[in-house]
Design a binder for this molecule. Structure first.
Ligand code: ADP
Length: 651
């Protein structure tokens, strides 16, 4: 939009030029036709006229012969008649020859005496005489001859008087006529073209250029809705055209308005959905915290096998549920552009093996073989990337492969697609191949959109939220890569993705190696932490209970404040070694309470850890800005919980 006419249009010939060109050619042809027809007719008439004149002259000579015959002088005895012939030629302008041809073809008299005597008329002329033609053209002599039979002397009745006049007599007049006609017709063409130009610009070009200008300005502004319309025209055709185009523009206006409305609606619906998902994720996290916390506590305290069995199954279900809540949160993050990639050192083969380990049990249950083929160039090589997000994508693909495969195998392959020593970028390609149900090609594209599944019916055979692939695509793109698949229905699918990582040796990022995962085992619990008292600021009763229990279980003393205000009253740095602070609370929220505490010099160094169901990165930033030391999201994973405590409790 907004650019000038495109080249092919700009270089094209305009309508006016074309019409003029056509008109010019037509006029030219018409004029040429007129000139040639008129000159043909003219020549015919000229010839006739000259012939009649010559015939009259011949008759004059014949009359003389008649008179001589009446005096008893036959042609045969006649002498000196060539003088009459010569007189005729001299006295009649334009004549070149006058001769009397005897019945035997001899030239009896000629205005040029040298041509007389034994000379004979040409063969062609004699043929013409025999055929009784009245005109004979002699191209050799460049002369027309009017042939008139001799009536004056009966014995010569087969003789002929021939009066000649040169071609040039006719040609010169014809040339004069043509040159005049050409001058007249050039003037006529010029006048015609001028009139045509005037008529064209008045009746055709002006209305067209108005339409063209209006269309062009519409095209350049690209804004039909601005009300730009073509002017009406009093010429019928243009009036109809302008009206038609204006109607069309009206409809475009209406469609644009409808589209804008639909788009606005879609945007606000999407925003509402994102808000809803964020709220739902928050509201689910709070009870999940209690459920997971108590399950963990109960498992630690129960030795009875049956109960442990139930609790372990609950834990599996809880983790499944949490994974869904996490996916929902991730989608919300993606849609609000809040998804962050946190680079750190990683070893790809280990990331892959750890994710394979996670699905091995499920694969075993379905008797599926899981193989991995990792390029030797990757084994042991340290790269910089977000191991957690990478693992998330891989786990998504692996779980799908297991889920949608009934028999056969799942293979993971990893290789280096591009290793750029100059930029230290390493593009890694990972493939997950299965021998499962496969995906029809028409379904393949939409699978990477959120909530899309091949089978959306209520009777579908496989569960799932349809979020995994959408998330994977977005994460992979954030890591500078691509995702795709090749699949044949009934034979299986190969999902692949690439990510851009950075060579670990070259990296000056100085990122720490990922911490070894340390199980939340009794190591933390048995720490001599019993001296420590923790202030738990939390309004939710159930969460108060579960966190208190978890803290007590780790050998800590707990005091509970129900909101920020109460916490400010209770806090005592000589008694409390650490504060666990919820964010959303009645009366005074966690952020405000933290800021108030940090304003007190005696509390400036006290560790405060946020524990909230708001799991966005921006929430973490808000907490850290308010002065908190760390951030835990609900539902809190016991391992992380105890590790965080250990980090902040005085040793
Ligand atoms: P979910 O698995 O939770 O439904 P995903 O986004 O991971 O969501 O997958 C979307 C859909 O893509 C699945 O429901 C399934 O129809 C299809 N799909 C994904 N992976 C495979 C696979 N390996 N084989 C066959 N179909 C698959």
């Amino acid at each position: 939009m907004g650019k000038g006419l495109n080249d092919s249009i700009a270089q094209g010939t305009g309508l006016r030029t074309r019409i003029l060109l056509i008109a010019f050619v037509i006029l030219l042809i018409a004029n040429a036709g007129a000139i040639s027809t008129s000159s043909y007719l003219f020549i015919e008439r000229m010839l006739q006229a000259q012939q009649s004149r010559a015939e009259a002259i011949a008759r004059g000579l014949d009359t003389q012969l008649q008179r001589l015959a009446a005096l008893g002088i036959g042609i045969n005895q006649l002498q000196g008649f060539e003088d009459q012939c010569r007189d005729v030629v001299i006295n009649n302008e334009g004549l070149s020859t006058a001769m009397v041809i005897a019945p035997d073809g001899r030239v009896a008299f000629h205005n040029d005496p040298a041509q007389m005597g034994d000379a004979r008329a040409s063969r062609e002329m004699l043929d013409a005489i025999t055929a009784q033609r009245t005109l004979h053209a002699d191209p050799q002599a460049q002369t027309y001859y009017a042939l008139a039979p001799i009536a004056g002397d009966k014995s010569w009745s087969e003789g002929v008087i021939a009066i000649g006049f040169p071609f040039s007599l006719i040609d010169a007049q014809r040339d004069r006529l043509i040159s005049r006609s050409v001058i007249v017709s050039v003037a006529a063409i010029a006048l015609g073209m001028l009139l045509l130009v005037l008529a064209l610009s008045r009746y055709v070009m002006r209305p067209i250029s108005t339409i063209v200008k209006a269309t062009e300005s519409l095209r350049q502004s690209g804004n039909v809705a601005s009300g730009g319309r073509l002017p009406e025209s009093d010429l019928y055709e243009f009036g109809v055209m302008a009206q038609g185009i204006n109607r069309l523009l009206d409809r475009v206006d209406q469609h644009e308005a409808a589209l804008r409305e639909a788009k606005d609606f879609a945007i606000s619906a999407n925003r509402a959905k994102t808000t809803f998902l964020a709220n739902m994720s928050h509201e689910l996290r709070t009870p999940m915290n209690a459920i997971m916390g108590f399950t963990d506590l109960a498992l630690r305290k129960t030795l009875e096998l049956q109960t442990r069995n139930y609790l372990e199954k609950m834990q599996v279900a809880e983790h499944g549920l949490l994974a869904i809540i996490d996916d929902v949160l991730d989608i919300t993050r993606i849609e609000s552009d809040n998804m962050l990639i946190k680079p750190g050192a990683l070893e790809l083969s280990k990331v892959i093996q750890s994710q394979i380990a996670l699905i091995e049990r499920a694969a075993d249950d379905k008797r599926l073989r899981v193989t991995s083929d990792i390029s030797p160039a990757l084994v042991g090589r340290v790269l910089i990337g977000d191991a957690q997000r990478l693992a998330q994508v891989l786990l998504n693909l692996l779980s799908n492969a297991i889920k949608f495969t009934e028999r056969g195998s799942v293979a993971v392959r990893a290789s280096i697609e591009h290793d750029d020593t100059a930029s230290h970028n390493v593009i890694v390609r990972i493939e997950v191949q299965d021998t499962g149900i496969g995906i029809a090609s028409e379904d393949q594209k939409r699978l990477f959109q959120a909530f899309e599944q091949v089978d959306n019916s209520s009777t579908r055979a496989y569960g799932g939220t349809g979020l995994g692939l959408a998330l994977s695509k977005r994460i992979v793109e954030l890591m500078g890569g691509e995702v795709g698949l090749a699949s044949t229905v009934g034979k299986g699918s190969t999902f692949w993705f690439t990510v851009r990582l950075v060579d670990g040796k070259s990296s000056r990022v100085g990122e720490p190696m990922p911490q070894q995962i340390i199980a939340a085992d009794d190591k933390y619990r048995s720490r001599s932490a019993s001296l420590h008292r923790v202030l738990l600021v939390e309004d939710d009763r159930v969460n108060q209970d579960v966190i208190s229990e978890m803290l007590t279980d780790a050998g800590l003393e707990v005091e509970v404040a129900h909101h920020g205000g109460e916490a400010l009253e209770l806090i005592d740095p000589t008694v409390h070694a650490l504060v666990i602070m919820d964010i959303q609370m009645p009366h005074m929220d966690g952020l405000e309470a933290t800021r108030a505490m940090r304003n007190r010099t005696d509390l400036a160094a006290l560790p405060i850890i946020a524990m909230t169901a708001n799991a966005f990165a921006e929430n973490r930033d808000q907490c850290l800005q308010a002065g908190m030391n760390d951030f835990l999201t609900k539902p809190v994973d016991p391992t992380t919980f105890y590790r965080t405590l250990q980090r902040w409790l005085p040793r």
